[in-house]
Design a protein around this ligand. Structure first.
Ligand code: GDP
Length: 440
């Protein structure tokens, strides 16, 4: 995410390395480099200039405490300012009311329909809501089908009425349907056009007036940079939306949209979307993104993703097995499945401080575990639950079944063994110590 910006900022801070303290003179180059990095990331010049003026004021006014270097101080100031620029605190998302109504607007192709599906999935699985998806695009029958497919995927009902050519009427009927059927959040996916156009704006504005939504979310493709910001301004003028959804942050986006939208329309970014899978959705936290941009990682989000996937009961069972030294290949396989559910591998690794930068050029494919899974799948149930059974001839069979070389099977079995040894050691630690290693 925003790799080029991260790199340029890092090199901007480098020029302060070795300096004893920050003064007008030595900070000038750093400031210029930061400004250039922002402009290159497609942040408009005025915003970049104001940003660096603030950073400069703070940096030169700051007493350099002995313990931290000017470089570190600068990183801290830039982190705080980036956080502010993107909105400061995370903003709440309003789903009160029976039903709550969420209106989704944006240009065609921005990711509206995909986001609608993700939001329904999020509200259902994380917030215990009963959502209803509404297809209010009266121009493209394909859009209705797309929403239906997503609805099926996330197991959320989709309201549609292909014969009805009045989007306002569809929205109102959908809300009535929701009330009758015990749905408490209605997500209305509206029609988009390729460019901002009067008819589209009027239609969405009419729906807004008729249904009085709790939230109007403007969805925008972050890859479009300054255009995204301009489109946001146009939509905001007509709709006075309550929040922005930035999509396609998994792509090669430079960062301009994320950094300038809040400043330009004074509306918070509420969600970020980073992939085509239905769980590739995050609540937007300005500080966490600022940290990621500065290579500080984002452990908080990583932990949250883990919590969302890992089942407390399962975790307890697993811990018990580890304590009894009964951890087997079946458990291992389950763990792999859970990690895979947390999202794209490269994205996950990028959340670990310092790792993002190092792996940016690596081609980390999501099938990183494929080989291991194939080996485990080639084992018999007995072998999986009793790894000690696996002798030479069984290894040969596993290698053949999984299409792996003998060395690879050997290496994997050895690693598994070492892992078990480590678990054993942890079990022998004094009470408390081993426990804390399990994170509880
Ligand atoms: P709509 O016309 O605004 O409803 O846009 P769609 O939801 O149909 O999305 C347009 C295209 O972008 C589709 O191919 C989606 O799969 C893709 N897309 C949507 N969100 C994301 C995202 O966060 N990341 C990536 N990589 N692709 C996305």
């Amino acid at each position: 995410m925003f790799e080029s910006l991260s790199e340029k900022l890092e090199s901007a801070f480098k020029s302060l390395k070795g300096e004893g303290r920050i003064n007008e003179l030595n900070v000038a180059n750093t400031i210029k480099d930061i400004r250039r990095a922002l402009v290159d990331a497609d942040v408009n010049y005025k915003i970049a200039k104001e940003f660096t003026d603030r950073v400069k004021d703070k940096a030169t006014g700051e007493k350099v405490i002995n313990a931290i270097s000017p470089g570190q101080l600068m990183v801290k100031i830039v982190k705080d300012e980036l956080t502010e620029l993107m909105g400061g605190e995370a903003e709440p998302f309003n789903t009160s009311g029976t039903p709550a109504v969420i209106l989704i607007a944006g240009l065609q192709g921005s990711g509206k329909t995909t986001f609608s599906g993700k939001l329904a999935n999020y509200l259902k699985t994380q917030k215990n809501k009963k959502p209803l998806l509404v297809a209010a695009d009266i121009y493209r029958p394909a859009a209705i089908d797309q929403l239906k497919v997503l609805g099926e995927q996330v197991k959320v009902d989709v309201y549609s009425d292909p014969e009805n050519k009045n989007a306002v009427d569809i929205a109102q009927k959908a809300i009535a349907f929701a009330k009758e059927n015990g749905k408490n959040v209605v997500i209305i996916d509206t029609a988009g056009r390729l460019a901002v156009d009067e008819a589209m704006m009027t239609e969405v504005a009419n729906i807004k007036q008729a249904v009085n939504p709790n939230e109007i979310l403007f969805v925008v493709d972050s890859m479009t940079g300054q255009d995204a910001v301009n489109t946001a301004a146009a939509f905001n003028e007509r709709l006075d939306f309550s929040g922005v959804v930035l999509t396609k942050l998994d792509g090669d986006t430079r960062g301009g949209a994320a950094l300038s939208i809040k400043y330009t329309v004074n509306k918070p970014i509420k969600f970020i979307s980073n992939g085509e899978k239905m769980d590739a959705l995050d609540i937007f936290y300005p500080e966490r993104l600022a940290q990621r941009i500065l290579g500080m990682g984002d452990i908080t989000s990583l932990v949250e993703r883990a919590q969302a996937q890992f089942d407390e009961e399962e975790a307890k069972k697993l811990e018990k097995k580890i304590r009894k030294n009964q951890f087997d290949f079946e458990d291992f396989m389950q763990q792999i499945q859970q990690i895979k559910k947390m999202g794209n591998m490269k994205d996950l690794l990028g959340m670990i401080p310092g790792v993002g930068k190092q792996i940016k050029d690596l081609d980390i494919r999501d099938d990183a575990f494929k080989g291991i899974e194939a080996m485990i799948q080639s084992m018999t149930p007995q072998e999986r639950s009793n790894p000690d059974l696996i002798d030479q001839s069984r290894k040969q069979r596993i290698a053949k079944g999984s299409g792996k070389k003998m060395e690879e099977v050997n290496a994997f079995l050895k690693q598994f063994d070492q892992m078990k040894q480590m678990m054993k050691m942890m079990n022998k630690m004094p009470m408390g110590m081993g426990k804390s290693l399990f994170g509880r």
